[in-house]
Every structure is written in structure tokens, then in C-alpha cells.
Design a protein around this ligand. Structure first.
Ligand code: NDP
Length: 249
């Protein structure tokens, strides 16, 4: 089987696919033959441009506006994907927010939104998508190396949200394994995106924590996701797999 055709005939949904790591995952899965639906919350123009570029190259893509903090919107995106492309094989839960701040000033609104987008949306989407998946189904969540190591102040809510996914995939792996569906977390370290720019104020601090002294590229995360989405990864489930340049070493 050629690498290009690895996901031929498969249908994927990426939560949060308009920018950054999510957009790289959308492009990678589409380049491997999958029809790819993806959600966004505010980036309408970049999302449509991404879908159009995939379609122009002969692929299949669909941009869906759906806030990952809204349960009905997530369920609607799953249904729209199945209605449009006829099935669902791969779910990537990438949408995430990063709110940092001193403990004394950290708002409950930021805490609740972090939980809703980074954790609750993963459960809702996995529950809705699993109804449509069969043997060989794949669910991949984008966690963070901060699940294991949070070496600076102000990141408690974010670290909590990503470590919550570690337990979530262990439990869901038990629920889904008998049906041949796997679920795993990919835990990136610092990756150059709008959320964490390699030329941002925080970059020097980040580089100090890494064994490989550079930011990761979104394409490197997409490559790992592609492996987990493919047929060779059927024996990996319930795992939290770190790709972080040694940030947590
Ligand atoms: P970006 O901020 O660059 O992109 C976030 C993406 O998620 C966008 O497509 C955005 O859509 C979408 N999104 C955000 N909130 C929502 C929402 N409520 N509903 C639907 N879509 C939403 O982030 P990154 O690419 O850097 O991060 C992607 C994931 O990787 C996140 O889960 C993050 O926590 C994780 N991560 C990132 C690291 C990094 O260093 N960059 C390190 C470790 C983990 P829109 O364009 O419409 O806003």
C-alpha cells in the first residue's frame, strides 16, 4: 500500500482544524486519501481557504463552524460529517485553548472554558463519533506534555485539562476496545503556532526546558497523528504518547 493511499476510503473529522496543528493534521490526512471534515469557531476565511485548497488538489474537505464548548454544535458536526461523506472512521480532537495567569486573578470563566473546550468536548465528540465507527475506528486527542510536566507558574488549569485526557483515554479505551476502536493522546511539546509562537515572549523560557533546542513543527505532530490513524497502529490504545523535543525528559 502506498503512503499516499494509506487512508483512501476513510472519513475523518478534526475538531479545531482551521489553524496551527489542526490545519496540519487536516492537510496530512487529506493527502493520504481521507475525506476530511473539520471544525472552527471564528476563523471562517482561513477554514474555507483550507477546504478549498484540498478540493482544488482533488481531495475532499468540509469546513464546519462549531464551537467545541457547545455540545449540540459538536454533535451536529459529527452528523454533518456522516451525512456529507457517508461514514466516520477517524476523529481527531485537536481544539484547545490556553489561558495562563496568576492564581489570585485566574477567573472561573477561564477555568470553565478551559475544561469545556479541552476536556468536555473530547468526551462529547468521542461519544457521538463512536456510534458511527466500526472495527478500525480511530480517536486521537491532542493533549500536551504539560499533562506530565508544568514547569512554570500560571498554567494549572491548562495542565489539569491535559492530564484529564490521560485518564479519559484509559477509560474510553476499555469501552471502545471490544469494538476494534482505538483511542490515544498525542502530547506535543512547544510547537510553533499562533498559540505558542517560536518568536514570542515565552520562547526563551520554553527552549530552556527542551533537550532538542528548537520548537516543534505542526507537520511533525500531524505525522504522528497520521501513524496513529492508520492500519499499522491498531494495537496502540489507551496511551498518552509524548512528542516534545525532550521537554519532559
Ligand atoms: P491554535 O490556537 O494555533 O489553533 C487552535 C485551533 O483550535 C484553531 O483551529 C481554532 O479555531 C480551534 N479552536 C479553538 N477553540 C475552539 C472552539 N471552542 N471550538 C472549535 N474550534 C476551536 O492552537 P495550536 O494549533 O497551537 O494547538 C492545537 C492543540 O494542540 C490544542 O489542543 C493545544 O492545547 C495543543 N498543544 C499545543 C502546543 C503548542 O505549543 N502549540 C503544545 C501542546 C499542545 P479558530 O481558528 O476558529 O479559532
Amino acid at each position: 500500500m502506498s503512503n499516499q493511499a494509506k487512508l483512501s476510503g476513510k472519513v475523518a473529522l478534526v475538531q479545531g482544524g482551521s489553524r496551527g496543528i489542526g490545519a496540519a493534521i487536516v492537510k496530512r490526512l487529506a493527502s493520504e486519501g481521507a475525506a476530511v471534515a473539520f471544525t472552527y469557531v471564528s476563523s471562517q476565511a482561513p477554514a474555507q481557504a483550507l477546504a478549498d485548497s484540498i478540493t482544488a488538489e482533488g481531495g475532499k474537505a468540509l469546513a464546519i463552524k462549531a464551537d467545541s464548548a457547545d455540545a449540540d454544535a459538536i454533535r451536529g458536526a459529527v452528523e454533518q460529517t456522516v451525512q456529507t461523506f457517508g461514514r466516520l472512521d477517524i476523529l481527531v480532537n485537536n481544539a484547545g485553548v490556553l489561558a495562563l495567569g496568576p492564581l489570585a486573578e485566574f477567573s472561573l470563566e477561564d477555568f470553565d472554558r478551559t475544561y469545556a473546550v479541552n476536556v468536555r468536548s473530547v468526551f462529547i465528540a468521542s461519544q457521538a463519533a463512536a456510534r458511527h465507527m466500526g472495527d478500525g475506528g480511530r480517536i486521537i486527542n491532542i493533549g500536551s506534555t504539560n499533562a506530565d510536566r508544568m514547569p512554570f507558574e500560571g498554567g494549572a488549569a491548562y495542565a489539569m485539562s491535559k492530564s484529564a485526557l490521560v485518564g479519559l483515554v484509559k477509560g474510553l479505551a476499555r469501552d471502545l476496545g471490544p469494538r476494534g476502536i482505538t483511542i490515544n493522546n498525542v502530547q506535543p511539546g512547544p510547537v510553533d503556532t499562533d498559540m505558542n509562537p517560536a518568536n514570542g515572549d515565552f520562547a526563551d523560557i520554553m527552549l530552556g526546558f527542551m533537550a532538542v533546542k528548537r520548537y516543534g513543527h505542526a507537520d511533525e505532530i500531524a505525522s504522528f497523528v497520521s501513524y496513529l490513524a492508520g492500519p499499522e497502529a491498531g494495537y496502540i490504545t489507551g496511551a498518552s504518547l509524548t512528542i516534545d523535543g525532550g521537554f519532559g525528559a
